[in-house]
Design a protein around this ligand. Structure first.
Ligand code: NAD
Ligand code: MG
Length: 396
């Protein structure tokens, strides 16, 4: 039986992974190794009762007594805290879903690769903060990374049987998020509620707001560069409001391979789960006559400054990705708390990058985990100072 672990099981991607595993036979079909969650101990315990992993781990140590109580008599071991999550990733598994949100996904992902597991990677932040480290760890241990982000799964599928050196360009599609049709002058006043009304995808709170600001697409551009090894100039972003083309690969002969499907993450999660085979998945089928037309437009750089910042990060590489992700995280926290305006998030990130610029190291830096974590911390401190200043100046 295939041994499977799910990190971030109680989140949006995690729940959909659990759904597919249940549909494929649950614990009759898979041997669950580790399930981890954040604060939702009740949900984590319910999942563990159903799937009977070796261990269930919650990120928050305060949740441990409740987790233990709920799993009494099940034979499922319990633990809590970041170190326990990392240790759970050391447990031998064949397939590991990395679906923790944010930089906290990096260490468990690295540890899973180091024990040779195939890593289904939803946590794009690990490629953005430490792409070279992640790829080198996979190579060193003969471990495979399978992309789960829908765009990257689409690109991965469009590359099957092709030679990467014949790729001319990669075109990432973007829905444009909740505020894409708002007049520019209103954007500065957008609230959390406004930014959460995503037109096509149901996702976790943080990535939904990152979609509205296109910080999510900025992360994905960097993710593309790090995972597929293409040059920044080969990566394009196009607004595609219907979200039916999940991304495209353009080849040297002018051919474009596009990946289409319903906007349902269970497609890319399922593709990674079943790879290299395709199995039936419970996703809606497209009816082209009903769809009628697909539309595209160029993203406006003034509306989406995050896209320009991603270009800066790719030009600098080194530790710039770690600073970018951390500053974005802090800016998002401040926006969520109502203390920073929607457009000011990009200002916080831009200023953090320019303050820390000389610390990013040469482009081909061989990064250590310690360097990445130190940059993450430094950028968080800087970004918080900058956010406090911009927030006070009334840029909210
Ligand atoms: P989410 O917020 O719904 O879930 C995140 C999970 O991580 C939860 O289980 C939560 O408890 C856990 N978690 C949060 N902070 C943690 C910490 N510090 N330590 C340990 N665990 C922690 O997020 P999501 O939308 O499922 O996204 C997960 C990842 O997948 C993100 O990297 C996101 O960018 C990526 N992704 C998500 C979608 C989507 O449709 N939701 C699509 C593409 C990529
Ligand atoms: Mg995506």
């Amino acid at each position: 039986m295939r041994r499977i672990s799910i990190f971030g099981a109680t989140g949006s991607v995690g729940e959909q992974t659990v759904d597919l595993i249940q549909r494929a036979g649950g614990r009759e079909a898979f041997q669950l190794v580790a399930l981890t969650g954040g604060q939702n101990v009740a949900r984590l315990a319910d999942m563990a009762r159903e799937l009977r992993p070796e261990i269930a781990v919650c990120a928050d140590p305060a949740g441990l007594p409740a987790l233990r109580e709920r799993l009494v008599g099940t034979g499922v071991a319990v633990a809590a805290g970041p170190e326990a999550i990392a240790e759970a990733a050391d447990r031998p598994a064949d397939w590991v879903m990395s679906a923790i949100v944010g930089a906290a996904g990096l260490v468990p992902g690295l540890r899973a690769l180091a024990q040779g597991a195939t890593l289904a990677l939803a946590n794009k932040e690990s490629l953005v903060t430490a792409g070279p480290l992640l790829m080198a760890t996979a190579a060193r241990h003969g471990a495979r990374i399978l992309p789960v982000d829908s765009e990257h799964s689409a690109i991965f599928q469009a590359l099957v049987g092709e030679d990467i050196t014949t790729v001319e360009r990669i075109i990432l599609t973007a829905s444009g998020g909740a505020l894409r049709d708002w007049p520019m002058e209103r954007l500065a006043k957008a609230t959390v509620k406004d930014a959460l009304a995503h037109p096509n995808w149901a996702m976790g709170q943080r990535i939904t707001i990152d979609s509205a600001s296109m910080f999510n697409k900025a992360l994905e551009v960097i993710e593309t560069r790090e995972f597929f090894g293409v040059l920044p100039d080969q990566i394009e972003v196009i607004l595609h409001p219907e979200s039916l083309i999940h991304s495209m690969v353009g080849y040297c002969d002018g051919a474009i391979m596009a990946h289409l499907g319903a906007p349902d993450m269970r497609h890319s999660i399922g593709y990674a789960l079943n790879w290299p085979r395709r199995e039936a998945l419970p996703v809606a089928r497209l009816d082209f006559a009903a769809i009628g037309s697909l539309t595209f437009r160029a993203p406006d750089p003034a509306r989406y400054p995050a896209l320009g910042l991603a270009r800066e990060v790719m030009a600098r590489r080194g530790l710039a990705g770690a600073a970018f992700n951390a500053a974005k995280d802090v800016a998002l926290d401040w926006f969520l708390a109502g203390k920073l305006g929607f457009m000011a998030m990009a200002e916080v990130v831009a200023e953090t990058l320019s303050v820390l610029d000389r610390d990013f190291g040469p482009e081909n830096v061989i990064m250590s985990l310690a360097d990445v974590l130190a940059m993450d911390q430094a950028a968080r401190l800087r970004a918080a100072e900058i956010a406090a200043r911009l927030g006070e100046r009334g840029q909210r």
